[in-house]
Design a protein around this ligand. Sequence first.
Ligand code: GAL
Length: 815
Amino acid sequence: MKINYWLGFLVILSSLNFTSFAQEQYRTKKLFNNDWKFSLEADSSSILPSYNDKDWRTLNLPHDWSIEGEFKAENPSGTHGAFLPGGIGWYRNNIEIKSINKDLNYAIHFDGVYLNSDVWINGTHLGFYPNGYLGFTYDLTPYLKEGNNTITVRVDHSKLPSGRWYTGSGIYRNVWIETYHKVAVAENGTFVTTPEVSEKKASVKVKTELLNTYAKHQKVSLVSSIVDQNGKEVASQTQSFKMGKETTSESLFDIEKPNLWSPDFPNLYQLVTEVKIKGKTVDTYNTTFGIRELEWIPNKGIYLNGQPILMKGLSNHQDAGPVGVAVPQDVWHRRLTMLKEMGCNALRTAHHPFAPEFYAMCDSMGFMVMDEAFDGWWKPKAEFDFGIYFEDYWKQHLESFVKRDRNHPSIVIWSVGNEVPKFTNEEQEKLVTELKKHDTTRPVSQGRGYKGTFIDIAGFNGHGEMRNVLEDYHKQHPDQLIIGTEITHTLQTRGIYRTKTWYRTKDNPAPWEKPSQFKSLEPKVYKIPDLSEEEVFTGISKKYQSSYDNSIVRIGVRDDWNRVEEMDYYVGNFRWTGFDYLGESFNWPARTANFGIIDLAGFPKDHYYLYQSLWSDKPMVHLLPHWTHTGKEGVEIPMVAYTNCEEAELFLNGKSLGKKAMDKTHQIVWLVPYEVGSIKVIAYTDGKKMAEKKYYSASEAKAIDIQVDKLTLEANSSDVAHCEINIVDENGHFVPNADNELFFKVEGAGQLLASENGDILDMSSSKHSLTRKAFNGKCLLMVQPSKEKGVIKVTVSGKGLTPKTIKINCNKSVL
Ligand code: GAL
């Protein structure tokens, strides 16, 4: 499938790209990301336009200053925040206005600032916003003057920990300057729903809020048109009325033979809303939406467009390893593409709203989203988290959250919270009732919120991984569907294996298995047999976890997926987590706890392929572990295959070790005495070869191989090329345990954005560092273009290794 991931994003964020639909004149939305000044040492004198910021650093947004800092045991973010620093950051920039148009309103919009931001224009305070995960807008109209206008932003992240995970610090999402006519669609002022949907016909209901900031009434025509993905108008309606300060209008459209939205066919439509005064278009506002029918039926499950659908889902935090929370769009795209290829169809935004572009990509790439508003509520869960402000802001923020996101077809479940300590039914009722004032078309859930009676789908976290918990709940609540909001938790480190099963018997902090404590839990945990009597792989740091499916909190991936397939009321799950995330690292020195099935660098662990075998229909086979076990000659290595085919056959140095059929254990195991050479697995369905994978025993590390995902970037943009480094031997075979120190040189028309090896114990700086060790044979470089077009030359070297240079072209910016 060709994925047009940018379509939704551009449509939403830049109406300029849709001039073919209507002439834009008054409404503009321009990125205001470049050439900001930044200081961690300034004070309030910098709010004045006359302040001299020439010694401040110049940077482009999005920016996260925590990830630029050093990992230090004494940083107060502690285990929660990956031991990275906070502080108080100041940003300044200028808006040049040639002439002020009296028919326009001007605004500045921040997609997200972490945390506690104050904004001034020309020394006048515009406002304070404590929530680091939602966007906010300030009207600049009363304050703007012709010429230079100074914007100053103070970001106060001095009190830590402010979250139970890595939060980042700074203006870490996009900033926009917007203009719109005095009579215009309100911010997030359209709401599109699809009350009736079939393959033959769909009805599309549109609610539009208009604002008039003139002193007088206005006679207005509102033209609402629906445009399909090919740019063809499929319906249009005009309403004319006289309006005062504000008005809301509704219209209903019939669309014949609609192209329905689903994860497999993420078809999108545009609602183009034009406001006309005396025949002249004064506003054009675009809304991306999809036509789909969503039902949640007791005892049956979730139905999309009349078909049952399981949530093959992952929970994720918003950080992307070495870039922290300032995540360029290409980084999101690389990540979501990997998940799509794995067969994942659903994502949960743990535990707060994500950046707008994330949802636009989910719309156009085809992911269902469980969109989460909060972690805890009135009582902070981390000492300085949003709980401090909850009482004053929850209502307003819940409203802006739902209004921001409710047109995304990808969002199929709202979540009002996660593991809220000792919440009451009244509290849950308040939140759900408030949310449903703004949208009733989606079910509401809550991470471990099953004890309240106001949610529509019972969300279970880790507790739901224990034996009989879901079954018992279902007996008592037969009319409620169950979703695993955080199931399964397992841990694994890329390239690390242990043959004896390990259980984490208690939540944070995770102790190593303690038999006495384990006794009472034993009957409740799904046990997984050891792969060998004696441990085959010894001497590994206890902080690294095994990548066989045998490093378990309470249930393994395979047992849990059997439950999803067997129980109609269990509609799927959001695994904890898709990607390793910074923070929650249990103890110094570690940056993360290894819950992801993909590491911090974005390299898949073996569990990625396990899920692929369960979730994807495209024939695949994966084999683990690697085949370089120097010193273990003759020792039986458990070789495990994951496949969605019927059977698999293993070959050692070309000799078949037998075919075996796949069963409900979802893995095929051979015990193979180690000998140097090659090992290969072939998967078959109906006796036909469908897929294969082969590994070689590697000798000493001798050279560097680099694979790049993008060979052409656009100059002066936030494009990112991901350079995946593999250490290889003299025959070009991957060396799975190589940890050579690598040196990076980035010359010409670009710079190093970040490097990452996925090692949770590597506490060296992620950003701009020109050296880093490989971890289990791999390392990643992220490279960004500079302002000018030209060629970026990336060279990676290491002692005793043949270096490698690659070239990336930077084309002229089209902006
Ligand atoms: C859950 C929590 C998640 C994460 C996870 C780690 O209890 O909701 O945010 O902390 O545990 O196991």
